[in-house]
Design a binder for this molecule. Structure first.
Ligand code: ADP
Length: 701
């Protein structure tokens, strides 16, 4: 009973071993309690070492430190594995094995020698089981031969199983520890990963923020109810509202009323998850309307539906588009309604477009012309010239004057056009030409007419010149022919009158005087005619010299004095001292005399004629004023024309042929002077201006 109690206590001791102790220590204690309870000399606990099929001693009782080595040494020397020992048998069978007395054992078993050497007599080998697997042995060695009782066997079996569960626990524990370690490692790894992911997320968020922030387009997030949750700066710049006025507010706030329907339709589409874009208008805070293009997509952010949109300001584009449209319309209008034909032709000569004026020119419809080749509408000569010009354009040469082509309309009518063209290029390649033509058919016709007129005019001018030459010659001849006999008539009449040829009666003398007066008149007229023909031939033969103007005026006045006296006309001289001028004295006297005798002729009895002369800066002005019948203003310039008389009957009344003033004009102009008349209806004034010699001009040269 005593032994019984001891064993029960031992079992309770084993059960109450502090399992937090080291694994080896626990096994050591189990072994010790077991050996003591059995009254054994020594014991060991061995464990199967993994797959190596080796046994490893993990606890010993009553044995030296070198015991395991010695066992191994023995096994090595004997050339047998430990597993061939009774331990090996127990492990294989799973049943305890008892050696009651070593000495009674058959010889030849190597481990027996060791046992003997160690001084054991009896041994019990007990398997340590984990389920059906044997994980090791608990061996107890008795110093004396011993018969193990059933109780002892039960006890040791329980102890072995306790040890097995300790090992199992310990192993589990160590596996758990390993697992924990592994988990710890895993956790660390995960944490690292999470941190990395966080960093990545942060980076990508930062990245996104940069993108969103720097985008020139507006980017917004709107919640499911249509309230702004987020918007980037560009969005506020586009819509021209502040952040505070927008975030948290319904987007409809910035939609003009007339756009509400469209926007709601679009909103419904977005809600159905149909992405897309549309154009709308927005109203700025100040009430300005802007055009925007919005692209949107339905998405989920943190589990909630959101609408992400990108808004582009297209106000300017719209304006440009509108302008472009307008200018296109304007251009088209200009093109279509231009007065001149305008057209485009491709590089191979086919018509691509033409305006109404072009169609009118060619008398065809657009359908007939577009796509047709130019050669159909132009003469072969003009086509050749056109091709040459095109080659010039293609090689970069410029065409100086606008080329003229002869076009043929649909009904065969020929028309002339003057063209200005510009090449249409695609890169360096000329793909066609754009041209503006001017219909010059009428101009050409007029030019032709003008040319013909010119020819005619030239011919008649030449004829006229010839006729004039003949006339002048005739006048000159006839005057000579007249003058010679007249001079002779006058000479002989003078002889008769002077009674050189014998006495005549006073009646006869009177008649001869009439003949003489009329001869003088005739001679005067013939001389005038001669002067005119000389003037025409520019054969005046002026004799220039320095002449005193006062002398000219005095001599002229004396010449006409008898005439004036007849009509009781007073000649007043209002002449300053004047310098001499360069001129032909005789001819200048002829001019002044002529003017004075005209004045006398056209001034009634008792009138006054004033001769005035003044020196100006560079010229001398002579004016002859009468109190005569005057000259109508519209006739003032014509009286200097040859054969011109205001009153056709005046030659009968006053004499003369209308040549005097034209001769005066020629003479004055030969002196680089001017002559003109003025009249106020009560009388006339004739002005003559002659340059002073200092003036540098040399009259008559
Ligand atoms: P004519 O020898 O016939 O007078 P003129 O050439 O001297 O030719 O003059 C042309 C015309 O000018 C005259 O016929 C006359 O009608 C007009 N005429 C010239 N001088 C005067 C004048 N002093 N007063 C009015 N008419 C004048």
């Amino acid at each position: 009973m005593e032994g019984e109690k001891r064993k029960l206590k031992a079992l309770s001791d084993i059960a109450s071993i502090d399992i937090t102790l080291e694994f080896n220590e626990i096994l050591q204690r189990i072994l010790k309690i077991t050996c003591e309870a059995m009254g054994a000399q020594s014991g060991t606990i061995m464990l199967v070492d993994g797959g190596a099929e080796e046994l490893r001693m993990v606890a010993s009782y009553g044995l030296g430190q070198d015991y395991p080595e010695r066992v191994h040494e023995m096994a090595r020397k004997a050339g047998v594995p430990l597993t061939s020992s009774p331990s090996g048998t127990v492990l294989r069978t799973g049943k305890y094995y008892i050696v009651p007395n070593v000495l009674e054992e058959p010889r030849g078993k190597p481990w027996l020698n060791l046992t003997k050497e160690l001084g054991f007599s009896s041994i019990i080998f007990t398997p340590m089981k984990k389920g059906s697997e044997n994980i090791g042995l608990l061996n107890v060695y008795m110093a004396q031969p011993h018969r193990f009782t059933d109780e002892e066997i039960d006890f040791i079996t329980i102890a072995a199983s306790q040890a097995a569960s300790v090992v199992q626990n310990a192993r589990m524990c160590s596996r758990l520890k390993d697992n924990i370690q592994e988990l710890k490692g895993y956790r660390e790894h995960l944490e690292e990963k999470i941190e990395e992911a966080h960093k990545k997320l942060y980076d990508s968020e930062k990245y996104l923020r940069v993108i969103v922030g720097s985008s020139s387009d507006g980017i917004t997030v709107v919640d499911e109810q249509g309230r702004f949750e987020f918007a980037n700066d560009s969005f506020f710049r586009i819509i021209e509202w502040t952040r505070d006025e927008i975030i948290g507010n319904y987007f409809i706030k910035i939609i003009p009323e007339d756009m509400n329907e469209l926007v709601f339709q679009q909103w419904n589409k977005v809600q159905e998850g149909i992405p897309g874009d549309f154009e709308t208008k927005i109203i700025t805070q100040s009430g300005k309307i802007k055009c925007v293009k919005v692209a949107h997509v339905l998405t989920k952010i943190r589990g909630k539906k959101k609408i992400v949109s990108i808004t582009k300001d297209i106000t300017e584009n719209k304006k440009l588009e509108l302008n472009l449209k307008e200018s296109e319309v304007k251009y088209r209008d200009l093109f279509e309604n231009a007065e001149d034909p305008m057209y485009t032709i491709d590089a191979s000569g086919n018509f691509l477009s033409i305006n109404n004026a072009g169609l009118r020119l060619l008398a065809c419809t657009k359908d007939e012309l577009i796509g047709s080749h130019i050669s159909r509408w132009i003469t072969p000569e003009s086509l050749k010239a056109g091709n040459e010009n095109f080659s010039k354009l293609a090689s970069g040469e410029s065409i100086q004057s606008p080329p003229v082509y002869e076009m043929i309309s649909k009904n065969g009518e020929h028309r002339w056009v003057e063209t200005r063209v510009r090449t249409i290029k695609n890169g360096d390649k000329i793909t066609g030409i754009h041209g503006i033509a001017r219909d010059i058919t009428e101009k050409m016709r007029l030019e032709q007419q003008l040319k013909e007129f010119h020819e005619k005019l030239k011919k008649s001018y030449e004829e006229l010149i010839e006729a004039d030459r003949l006339r002048t010659e005739f006048v000159s001849n006839i005057t000579h022919e007249l003058l010679t006999p007249l001079t002779s008539i006058k000479g002989f009449t003078e002889l008769l009158h002077d009674e050189t040829t014998g006495k005549i009666s006073s009646e006869q003398k009177k008649n001869l005087e009439i003949i003489l007066r009329n001869s003088d008149r005739l001679i005067g007229l013939i001389k005038d005619l001669l002067d005119v023909s000389r003037l025409e031939k520019n054969r005046f033969g002026l004799q220039f010299g320095l002449v005193p103007v006062e002398d000219i005026l005095l001599k002229s006045a004396q010449d006409v004095q008898p005439q004036a006296k007849c009509k009781e006309i007073t000649i007043v001289q209002d002449v300053e001292p004047l310098p001499r001028i360069l001129g032909d004295e005789g001819r200048l006297i002829q001019v002044i005399t002529n003017l004075l005798s005209n004045s006398i002729k056209f001034t009634p009895q008792g009138g006054t004629i004033t001769i005035a002369a003044r020196e100006n800066k560079s010229e001398i002005k002579i004016s002859i004023t009468d109190t005569g019948i005057g000259i109508p203003p519209e006739k003032l310039s014509r009286i200097f024309d040859r054969f011109y008389q205001i009153d056709g009957s005046s030659s009968r009344k006053y004499g003369g042929m209308g040549l005097g003033l034209s001769i005066c004009k020629s003479i004055i102009e030969s002196h680089y002077g001017t002559i003109w008349a003025e009249s106020n209806g009560l009388g006339s004034t004739f002005h003559v201006i002659l340059p002073k010699p200092e003036n540098g001009k040399n009259p008559g040269s």
